[in-house]
Design a protein around this ligand. Sequence first.
Ligand SMILES: [Zn+2]
Length: 280
Amino acid sequence: MPELPEVEIIKRNLTESLLNKTFLSVEVYCDKLRYKIPQNFIETIKNKKVVNIERIAKYIFVTLDNNNILVIHLGMTGNFLVNHTDDEIIPIKHTHIKFLMSNFRVIRYIDIRRFGFIIIFESGKDVASFFDKRLGVDAISSKFNSEYLINKLKNKKIDIKNALLDQKIVGGVGNIYASEALYRAGISPFERSEDIAKSNKKVDNLISSIKFILKDAIKVGGSTISDYKNMDGESGYFQYKFNVYNRENLECNNKNCSSHIKKIRQSGRSTFYCDSCQKE
Ligand SMILES: [Zn+2]
């Protein structure tokens, strides 16, 4: 499942092919994504120019010159594949939408499990009111600071790991990078959110760990993928070198620690951690 770094890399790749370009044609092969592709999808986009692309949390926002905004979420397995039209075009399984741009790039939206979606809002105002109650600040933005996080955590009795997965608290952190960030911060995934909020030191450490991990992963992703073929075959996304995620029973990477990484279920999601380095 793509988290903030993967979505950021995909957004950067899309920006190269989309920004200041016009949609020459749009073909929809399957409209049954998480939300049905609307009837007027093609006519709304066709012959419109892309004037802005940005990412907030795990969403990509593509603004057109008619002020309409495409809001894209990649779900579990969504991705975009960009080709030059003179490339050999072979049919690619699970291609649901195909865009032809004025620079003759062919962009395919591919999504095996179809939990992703592309929806259209008529204005920035509509987008803002839709996301207002649904989405906290972006995890690598300057708005994600200690004052903000203390405020969000101070009355929460839930485990900090679960709080980090709540997109209304912080946008963009998912199951993988939540485990990694807590390990880097030396904070137990079971520590209560309201207790963390009482320690400025812990809050600062948590925020800087989250930002470090996400930015480092973006750096790695940006250097390892130039096209879809270089991505990890199974997930379709680049692979970051994890310290705890998927390392159950392996030795802790901290040289001063002799423990092994543990895996537990926390609210139905797997959490990886070191019980020596991340004591409560
Ligand atoms: Zn350890």
